[in-house]
Ligand binder design. Structure first.
Ligand SMILES: *[C@@H]1O[C@H](CO)[C@@H](O)[C@H](O)[C@H]1NC(C)=O
Ligand SMILES: *[C@@H]1O[C@H](CO)[C@@H](O)[C@H](O)[C@H]1NC(C)=O
Ligand SMILES: *[C@@H]1O[C@H](CO)[C@@H](O)[C@H](O)[C@H]1NC(C)=O
Ligand SMILES: *[C@@H]1O[C@H](CO)[C@@H](O)[C@H](O)[C@H]1NC(C)=O
Ligand SMILES: *[C@@H]1O[C@H](CO)[C@@H](O)[C@H](O)[C@H]1NC(C)=O
Length: 520
């Protein structure tokens, strides 16, 4: 999941330079950027094919010596170079990007650019012929510093009609601004956009739990609220309507020892993979090393479900998946089910395509991995890159929006194995363990979000059967056991939905209510 953080850094930072005194002809289309996004974007889309709307990669600059030159949409003579500096007096210093734009075709036109490294993204637009500068105060870490030295800062020319969309993303900005990786901006965003409450709960904030009371199949709902993970989860929650951003599952072995299965555990190389690890190790890590201020709730299976749960089959599945990479391929597809009812504004399919395009230039290896294979599978093609996918899809009369809504199939195998995100890993386990019987064959686990998972009516519904250490000292009684965190975790619609065939394959979900149709 971590690499996706950087995708969403797309929403980072904005600077304004307004000026305007160039003598050249007037073109009505140049006014697009000044219309409200709700008008400019549809207009833009009707004037161009989807491929023309994608950001175009202009090049990258890594030094002051090798100047990059290109022709823009508005300015026909442009130049950029990068100067490293250490104004911030930090370990890796920062850099200034110089951009000289010249020869505008009209006095109302502008060029809109996005500048990106894998770690930060910013954007700017230019009206006037002169030299502009863009300051990267400091490189985030050694990796970014090395990346920029070798590969440079990537520059993308955007359709100027995208201006409104980029501006609207300003709202999401504090989640990622460096000083605001803090908890308070995440909480404020979730309160404002989802109506979350985050009430304080009494101590103990770490349960003195007894692992003997935890059983195979029990679900761990995790919510991270600080740091990069926190920022990413906040966006994911907002988009999907889930009140948790990560999940794991408990498993007991034949000796009664407790283990945790988790897709998206960071290994020593910094890769996110699927692991099955001893409970003690996992619990220790969450309490002492996870700097995202994780909040964790244990959702015990209902006793009838526990009886149904085939431990042997679950273990076989977990072992077969252990060590595989986290499911980047399909995670985005689990929330895009309907053409327009899954994108909170200002997001839309076009923004998704733009992010994918930019990502494929900044980190080509990841991009192929993350989207291209999944999109090819939807078209029954192999090896097409993103623009080709869009062209092929339009040729068949399928819009890109429509392509994104085609459901993922659980039996699709990617070049690096089956793709399972944190919650898909658990639901597939539930599937092989028999919890979805007798309709398991008509369920696609990859269509479930975290919210869909904890909404299933698989969990304990009798509070007197919860262990005695559960929510100890809290006067507000919750139907699950929060075991970590100072704010009370809320999971609206917890334990309410009976599974049905093709569940969640066509569901709308839009903030702030995330209302879904019955049997979607
Ligand atoms: C920037 O300055 C700081 C403090 O003087 C120093 O520790 C650091 O090594 C410098 N960084 C670079 C990249 O020169
Ligand atoms: C129970 O909650 C109260 C009020 O927050 C606190 O003072 C007390 O220490 C808590 N008891 C335990 C055992 O943590
Ligand atoms: C549980 O799963 C195993 C392995 O898939 C299978 O051999 C066994 O028959 C299953 N048990 C039941 C009760 O279905
Ligand atoms: C995909 O292509 C293969 C080989 O050309 C064909 O056998 C299969 O029926 C196609 N599937 C779909 C869903 O179009
Ligand atoms: C809840 O569980 C308790 C203890 O097992 C039992 O006595 C009680 O009847 C249960 N309540 C309901 C509504 O099932």
């Amino acid at each position: 999941m971590k690499k996706l953080v950087f995708l969403f850094l797309f929403l980072l930072s904005l600077l304004f330079f307004l000026n305007n005194n160039n003598k050249a002809p007037f073109r009505p289309l140049d006014l697009l950027p000044f219309l409200p996004p709700a008008i400019s974007l549809p207009l833009l889309q009707s004037l161009h094919s989807a491929v023309d709307l994608l950001p175009s990669f202009v090049g990258s600059v890594a030094s002051a010596e090798n100047k990059l030159q290109w022709k823009g949409a508005c300015f026909s003579q442009n130049q950029a170079w990068l100067e490293f500096h250490n104004q911030s007096q930090t370990k890796f210093g920062g850099g200034t990007l110089h951009i000289k734009v010249n020869k505008a075709h009209s006095w109302t036109c502008m060029d809109l650019y996005v500048f990106a490294t894998p770690y930060q993204i910013t954007w700017d637009y230019y009206f006037i012929s002169r030299e502009h500068t863009l300051n990267f105060k400091q490189w985030v870490n050694q990796k970014e510093y090395e990346f920029v030295k070798h590969n440079g800062v990537s520059i993308f020319l955007m359709q100027s009609g995208m201006l409104g969309t980029l501006k609207a993303m300003w709202d999401v900005f504090p989640l990622f601004s460096n000083s605001g990786w803090g908890e308070s901006s995440n909480l404020a965003f979730l309160k404002k956009h989802m109506g979350a409450t985050f009430e304080d709960r009494p101590e103990p904030w770490v349960s003195e739990l007894n692992p003997d009371d935890i059983h195979s199949g029990d679900f761990l709902a995790i919510s991270k609220i600080k740091g990069r993970w926190g920022g990413f989860e906040t966006l994911e929650k907002w988009v999907t309507g889930a009140y948790a951003g990560h999940t794991a599952v408990c498993l007991k072995d034949s000796d009664g020892k407790l283990w945790v299965g988790e897709s998206g555990h960071e290994n020593e190389e910094g890769e996110d993979i699927i692991v099955v690890m001893p409970w003690e190790e996992w619990w220790q890590f969450e309490q002492t090393q996870d700097d995202s201020d994780p909040h964790i709730a244990l959702l015990p299976l209902h006793p009838d479900m526990r009886k149904k749960f085939n431990e042997t089959a679950a273990w076989e599945y977990a072992k077969s998946m252990s060590g595989y990479p986290y499911g980047y391929h399909n995670m985005i597809f689990s929330w895009i089910d309907t053409l327009s009812d899954n994108y909170p504004p200002p997001l839309d399919a076009h923004v998704v395509a733009s992010v994918m395009t930019m990502w494929s230039h900044i980190q080509p290896a990841y991009a192929a991995n993350m989207w291209n294979e999944a999109l090819n599978k939807r078209l029954n093609t192999t090896g097409l890159d993103l623009p080709d996918v869009i062209v092929e899809s339009e040729r068949r009369g399928i819009s890109f929006e429509k392509l994104l809504t085609i459901p993922e199939k659980d039996d699709w195998v990617y070049s690096d194995g089956k793709s399972t995100s944190c919650v898909v890993f658990i639901l597939e386990m539930y599937k092989v363990a028999g919890l979805f019987d007798p309709i398991a064959s008509s369920m696609q686990a990859t269509e479930f979000t975290i919210k869909d998972a904890y909404s299933l009516n698989f969990f304990e519904n009798n509070m007197t059967r919860l262990p005695d250490w559960c929510n100890k000292n809290d006067s507000v009684k919750m139907p699950y056991c929060q075991i970590l965190g100072k704010y009370r975790m809320e999971l609206p619609d917890y334990n309410t939905m009976q599974p049905y065939p093709h569940m969640n394959e066509k569901c709308a979900s839009l903030p702030p209510d995330y209302l879904r149709d019955d049997y979607c």
